[in-house]
Design a protein. Structure first.
Length: 202
């Protein structure tokens, strides 16, 4: 019952991040003047993302396709205006693309390692399985940063984010060492993701 309740709480957190509701709870600094990018940056990021996706899907730079992509991207951005606040968490800097590439590389490595570890535990019953729930702390301040960190943990086999509250993420861990403190849990579960996420997310 408790696990189900926490799972529901996590789904509510994800929904809140995507819809932009309850935006200032727990982090009023994000709503302060000058704390986030200007609204024009939200539109630029959303438009660029839509345009890149359109070009990848069409696979051509033909004039008609590019014009159609521009129209579609503009339409999507206008329709999505109420939800673009989520993009305030993106850091626009020369080093941001490199940090993104490093994060993707670290995530792939962690994903492969976690899959191998879980497979070993399934195929070797002698290996210990000590499931438990631990709390990790994040220094990421934006809703988008915390959302991506929580989902990175969830997408890695062996760990599952079940709740997010302010700067704390509650994680179910398949092999939780006994008497593990918050700092050690953060280092083991989230630190390697967060180190790279801080390069392009607040």
């Amino acid at each position: 019952m408790q696990a189900t309740a926490r799972s529901v709480a996590y789904r509510r957190f994800v929904l809140k991040m995507m819809t932009g509701t309850d935006s200032g709870r727990g982090d009023p600094g994000l709503n302060a003047p000058g704390a986030t990018p200007g609204t024009w940056q939200r539109y630029v990021l959303a438009f660029a993302g839509c345009m890149v996706l359109w070009l990848l899907l069409t696979g051509t730079l033909a004039g008609a396709e590019v014009i159609a992509g521009l129209v579609v991207a503009c339409g999507v951005v206008l329709v999505s205006t109420p939800h673009l606040r989520l993009l305030d968490g993106v850091i626009l800097s020369p080093g941001a693309p490199l940090s993104l590439v490093r994060y993707l590389g670290a995530f792939v490595v962690a994903l492969v390692d976690a899959n191998i570890d879980v497979a070993r535990r399934v195929l070797s019953p002698a290996l210990p399985i000590r499931p438990g729930v631990v709390e990790v702390r994040t220094d990421l301040e934006s809703d988008l940063g915390r959302l991506i960190l929580a989902n990175s943990i969830t997408l890695t086999p062996g760990t599952l984010s079940v709740d997010v509250e302010d700067d704390r993420i509650l994680v179910h861990w398949i092999d939780c060492p006994p008497e593990l403190d918050q700092e050690a849990a953060t280092r083991a579960i989230a630190a390697h993701f967060e180190r790279h996420l801080r390069g392009f997310l607040r």
